[in-house]
Every structure is written in structure tokens, then in C-alpha cells.
Design a protein around this ligand. Structure first.
Ligand code: CU
Length: 165
């Protein structure tokens, strides 16, 4: 091995090391039981339903604020959707309707659940099908804790609880 190729090999190895370190930082710490940590927040059980390309998807998860200060989920984004919104359900006569909300409050010491029939993430304009058994990454943006990416586990399409689309 010449000096030049050895230098190139070492450079490549250092590059790989830097890339590995950057990846670990970007995906945050995955604690036990599938929970993802972002500052004082513990995000668990992220899931969605199978849906077709061009359609609309949902996102559900639980967020526990273990800190002493309030935080808020202010937005979300994903390469899998043209746009994302934060939604809630409201009762309108006999019908449950969805309505965008500006943010989702995360009071200290409490767990807030995004679940069918209540708060949820909305993936609008899916850029690819959501296939059962696969995962789709979604980046959550918090006012205090910053950004964290979680993988929604894609479950069967037929599950009940989310009307309106
Ligand atoms: Cu919705």
C-alpha cells in the first residue's frame, strides 16, 4: 500500500466514523420498550394505518412529559407526505369531525395520547403507499424539546376509529 492509498483508506475510515456518529445523534436515543426520548419527553407506541399513495394517513402515539416545564408539539413533517397537520376530533351534532389544531399541549408530569377518535397526526398527500408491516419515519417538532424522528409502525388499513376521510 502506498502512502497515498493508505491516507485515502484512513480518510475513508474517518469519514465512515463521522457518518455513524452523525446518524446516532440524529435518531436520538431509543430507550427500552420502543420509547424514544427527546429532552424530557418520552414518545411511545407510534403507529399508523396502511393507506394508498396520494391518499391521507393518520399517526398515533403517546407523549409523556417527564420534566417540570410545559412543552408543546407544534408541528410534524415526513418525506412520506406532501404536508402534515395536527388534528383533533370534535362532536358536531351526531357526527365527529376533524379540526386542525395549532399545537398540542404537553403538561409536565402527564401523558398525552394521540389515538383514534381524538388527537392525531394527519399525513396529507402520501408520496408512497403505507404498507402494512413496514414503518414510516415522521419528525415531530416540539417547542422546548426540539425535533425528534419516530417510526410509525404501519398496521392494517381497516382498523376503526378514524372517520372523515
Ligand atoms: Cu385528521
Amino acid at each position: 500500500m502506498t502512502t497515498t492509498t493508505r491516507r485515502a483508506a484512513i480518510g475513508a475510515a474517518l469519514g465512515l466514523l463521522a457518518a455513524a456518529t452523525a446518524t446516532r445523534t440524529a435518531t436520538a436515543q431509543h430507550a427500552g420498550h420502543g420509547a424514544t426520548e427527546a429532552g424530557a419527553l418520552r414518545i411511545s407506541a407510534p403507529w399508523t394505518r396502511a393507506a394508498g399513495q396520494g391518499g391521507t394517513g393518520v399517526g398515533y402515539l403517546a407523549i409523556r412529559n417527564t420534566g417540570s416545564a410545559p412543552d408543546r408539539l407544534v408541528s410534524a413533517r415526513s418525506a412520506a407526505a406532501r404536508a402534515m397537520e395536527l388534528h383533533t376530533h370534535i362532536r358536531d351534532g351526531d357526527v365527529m369531525r376533524m379540526r386542525p389544531v395549532e399545537a398540542i399541549d404537553l403538561p409536565p408530569g402527564q401523558e398525552v395520547r394521540l389515538q383514534p377518535g381524538g388527537l392525531h397526526l394527519m399525513l396529507i398527500g402520501l408520496t408512497a403507499p403505507l404498507r402494512q408491516g413496514e414503518r414510516v419515519p415522521v419528525t415531530l417538532v416540539f417547542e422546548r424539546a426540539g425535533e425528534v424522528t419516530v417510526d410509525l409502525a404501519i398496521q392494517a388499513a381497516g382498523a376503526r376509529g378514524h372517520g372523515g376521510h
